[in-house]
Design a protein around this ligand. Structure first.
Ligand SMILES: [Zn+2]
Ligand SMILES: [Zn+2]
Length: 133
């Protein structure tokens, strides 16, 4: 029956999302779901991701032009070195952007994703070590 098949596909997708830690792209989710359910369609996955995001069950992040999802409202901060282009995840103990946004705009904030640019520790050291400069 078409209906039962749809339901079990939905459950398979949900189960895979529950198993996934951290951020994932729709394409990654599709390939891991297909390991157990080879015939699941791409459209099914995309539709369900949109649906879950709309209901607040999934959180959206951006990576370049791609949308990444997570079941957790983690805050993501990237530090990007302007000199060598290295990118690292950083954890900030105090960064209440969610609170600040709510306070200053009155909008219901959930989580934040932030790109911080600067000079990484390696490049900073290199600069100082350069002879004659
Ligand atoms: Zn969120
Ligand atoms: Zn650097």
């Amino acid at each position: 029956m078409a209906r039962t098949r749809k339901t079990s596909q939905k459950e398979a997708v949900s189960a895979e999302i529950t198993r996934t830690q951290g951020l994932f792209a729709a394409q990654e989710l599709l390939s891991s779901v297909r390991r157990r359910h080879p015939h699941i369609g791409q459209a099914t996955i995309y539709r369900q991701l949109k649906e879950m995001a709309r209901h607040g069950e999934l959180h959206n992040f951006r990576h370049g032009r791609a949308t990444l999802y997570s079941a957790h409202a983690n805050n993501v901060v990237h530090f990007i070195c302007e000199r060598c282009g290295a990118m690292q995840h950083i954890k900030l103990a105090r960064a209440d952007f969610v609170g600040a946004v709510e306070k200053e705009t009155g909008q219901k904030a959930c989580h934040f994703q932030l790109d911080v640019f600067g000079t990484c520790a390696k490049c900073a050291k290199k600069r100082w070590a350069m002879p004659g400069k």
